[in-house]
Design a protein around this ligand. Structure first.
Ligand code: ARG
Length: 256
């Protein structure tokens, strides 16, 4: 009898112990995961460095710092650039940070944070190309761009140009170096970084800025909560010097 009781008690204790292990209860202080989407082929904003597990770049450091400030656990996912807005709109990710230009067309579909970086578009050609000095000179030419970008939009406005759209920015540089196109249009800081890192690329930037642009972090229309938190965090990082530190790490001293 005693033995039986002991067994029952032991079993009960086991059941309770197992139940206790179940993930049922959530720790009140567990940070909420912030699912971030980016297209990490856009140095110095987001890219994969050799022998590094985590993505590198200005955007990557910034979103980690913003997430930390806002109390999120940041998880970064690699996506196609033209898949970022659909991923936001279907709630597969919470935010997109990807050197993304704030445009009126995009702002109809998603929310943007306050602008966090001043950028613009530029033309890049082979060193020996002296024919292209402005957008006007691109009329009737073959131009490489990344699909879904503001560069693609700009290129499509050029009269008689053949616009070749590629999945990644690496692809457009390769195509240009191989002579498959006459020029590429892409964000100026990315072109500058590429030429600096690859002094033998045989490529150069030509002409003036096609357009001045601001980068913003994007959220689903339904997620104004995250937008508010990230904007508040951004204001704090700008005040406490953290933003400047990250900026200087990737671009050198800021001209204010
Ligand atoms: N700023 C441009 C745009 O928003 C290009 C961004 C491309 N970003 C990237 N990670 N490939 O359209």
């Amino acid at each position: 009898m005693k033995k039986r009781l002991a067994i029952i008690i032991a079993l009960l204790m086991l059941v309770l112990a197992v139940a206790g292990c179940g993930g049922g209860e959530k720790k009140a202080d567990a940070p909420k995961v912030l699912k971030v989407g980016t297209n990490p082929d856009f140095a110095p904003f987001e890219f994969q460095e050799k022998d590094k597990k985590e993505f590198s770049g200005f955007d990557m450091d910034l979103i980690r710092a913003l997430g930390k400030q806002a109390g999120y656990d940041v998880q970064i996912n690699s996506l196609a650039f033209d898949g970022l807005l659909p991923a936001l709109m279907s709630n597969n990710i919470d935010v997109a940070i990807s050197g993304m230009t704030i445009t009126p067309a995009r702002a109809e579909k998603v929310l943007f944070s306050d602008p966090y970086y001043k950028s613009g578009l530029s033309i890049i050609v082979k060193n020996d190309n002296n024919a292209v000095k402005s957008v006007k000179d691109l009329e009737g030419k073959k131009i490489a761009v990344q699909i879904g970008t503001s560069s693609a939009m700009a290129a499509k406005k050029i009269a008689n140009a053949t616009v070749r759209e590629f999945n990644t920015v690496s692809d457009i540089f390769v195509e240009l170096r191989n002579g498959g196109v006459d020029a590429a249009i892409n964000d100026l800081p990315v072109n500058q970084y590429y030429i600096k890192q690859m002094p033998n690329s045989g490529l150069k930037i030509t002409g003036d800025l096609l357009a001045a642009e601001d980068y913003g972090i994007a959220f689903a229309k339904s997620n104004s909560e995250a937008q508010k938190k990230i904007n508040a965090a951004m204001a704090e990082l700008k005040k406490n010097g953290e933003y400047d530190k990250i900026y200087e790490k990737w671009f050198g001293k800021q001209i204010k």
